[in-house]
Design a binder for this molecule. Structure first.
Ligand SMILES: [Zn+2]
Length: 258
């Protein structure tokens, strides 16, 4: 499996070998550039794909899970327009889910946080700002974002969150080092619905359904209207096919709160 440390080690050895060759024969500069380019491409793809576990080990799906259970996850809330509708649908279908909430949204909607928790769903940390530049933050700034969001949930629910999902599913060295210190479980996914990108409800639903197997983790967003309509259809599909939607912590048998 491709891991950041292994890839780094390999490319350092290759670079040194080329430098050694260069003392005997002239190695063209483009060979060094090509080597760096390969490292950059592999590291970029690994950083953008949480399922690769390139920088850190994330819970992306439960492989060889025997029971027909899956985990639905919602990012970027709580949202006053859509999260309550999602909670109603989940209740109607007796389904449990996990909400990865953004700190500044939590601050605006503490009452929705209480509703999510009271309904038996789990809540995870999705940073305070969800800034577009988050992936360029250093270790301490990442820790501050995580701690600030944890503190908000603690003040509302008197619970310390154990689950974390990085914005955009991007991981890097700073995030990895920060999480080593905060000790959150990192939750990824294996089914990306693309509900923030696609505008065709059926296309989103089909994309999810064709990939569902026991132990799947589905990524949705409670910040989009289309997601409410997709969820309604998805819950019907799950019911018709005897699938049970449970929280990620129940699926992976880990603790959502400390
Ligand atoms: Zn997000």
């Amino acid at each position: 499996m491709l891991k950041f440390k292994n890839i780094n080690g390999l490319f350092i050895i290759l670079g040194l070998a080329l430098l050694l060759c260069n003392t005997f024969i002239t190695v063209p500069i483009y060979v060094f550039i090509a080597l760096f380019f390969c490292w950059f491409i592999i590291t970029s793809i690994g950083s953008f794909n949480i399922t690769w576990n390139y920088h850190l080990e994330a819970f992306n799906s439960k492989k060889n899970h025997k029971e027909k259970q899956i985990a639905i996850t919602f990012d970027d809330g709580p949202n006053s327009d859509f999260t309550p509708k999602i909670l109603d649908l989940l209740k109607k279908h007796n389904a449990k889910a996990t909400f990865f909430c953004i700190g500044k949204q939590i601050k605006n909607h503490p009452e929705i946080i209480k509703q999510i928790s009271a309904a038996g769903h789990s809540i995870g940390n999705h940073t305070y700002s969800h800034a577009q530049m988050f992936d360029f933050y250093g270790k301490q700034k990442v820790i501050d974002e995580i701690n600030k969001t944890d503190a908000l949930i603690s003040s509302i629910l008197n619970k310390k969150m154990n689950l974390f999902r990085p914005p955009y599913g991007v991981t890097n060295r700073a995030i990895t080092k920060a999480l080593k210190q905060t000790r959150h479980h990192v939750i990824g996914w294996n089914i990306r619905s693309l509900d923030t990108v696609k505008t065709d409800e059926k296309a989103i639903l089909d994309r999810i359904i064709k990939n569902i197997t026991p132990g799947s983790v589905i990524l949705l967003h409670d910040s989009k209207e289309i997601t409410v309509r997709v969820l309604e259809q998805l819950l019907l599909f799950l019911q018709e096919n005897d699938y049970q939607a449970i929280t990620v912590d129940a699926l992976f048998n880990i603790e959502a709160y400390a």
